[in-house]
Design a protein around this ligand. Sequence first.
Ligand code: SF4
Ligand code: SF4
Length: 271
Amino acid sequence: MKISTDRCVACGNCIPVCPVGAIDIDPSIRRAVVDQERCVECFTCYRGLSTEHLNPTLVRTIRTVLGWVRVRFDPEPDVCPTAAIEPQELSWPRIVRRAFSDPLVPHESTGIHGRGTEEVKTNDVTHRVAEGEAGFTIEFGRPTVSASFRDISALTEALAGAGVEFEANNPVTHLMTDKKTGRIREDVLDERVLSAIVEIKTTMDRVPEILETATEAAKKIDTIVSIGVSTRCDDEGRSALEDVLHDEGFAFWRGKTNLGLGRRPQVTRAT
Ligand code: SF4
Ligand code: SF4
């Protein structure tokens, strides 16, 4: 994202809108500027503020003159008064930032908006995770923190070393040069995203080992890592996962319970 130095009047309204703190006022030019390294191209500033098309020179003059008598002339807080926020043409590899950070843009590898797949939300239909298996969703970054693919690659490489199976349809998996090594392709390693999700699957008995591997790798990277573990319950609604997590010292909550209502109806063909 860019901010037009011709149009910006340095009102500061866009600063609190940015989830990663990439916008600041440069006092030397008295304009808002975007830190291109920090910006994750989420388009929140562009979409989140209404725009007026006031004349920038007129607004600056009014603000300066009123300032002499200690009167402020500020636009409404949800408005960029001069439509100064301008999307820039994104090419590879920077376009990856938007694919993972703007929830309104479908990811080209999955066709799904935002950063991940449907994970286990449709497990009743997809059967990705079966009884006796554990599915992991490992989420990198959060608003105000974000994550780089260099950090993500450090953890996926550690997981690959433990022999996990990466979900083929996951957008991060699509960026790997080799699923056996978990290495993310070189040209995107320095791209930052608001967040990204890695999905893997193991057998239930390997849950402690995978949690340990992910926890140790997460200590060496500079972002927040959140790990969710899921499984398929038996017909009585029980699973071994609760005991496994308790034994590892974790509290257990059923964060999302899939009731199976999405199951495809049986189709009977007439003969
Ligand atoms: S809201 Fe618009 S005019 Fe105000 S600081 Fe941001 S870009 Fe500049
Ligand atoms: S596109 Fe997103 S990250 Fe970039 S400056 Fe705007 S709000 Fe901040």
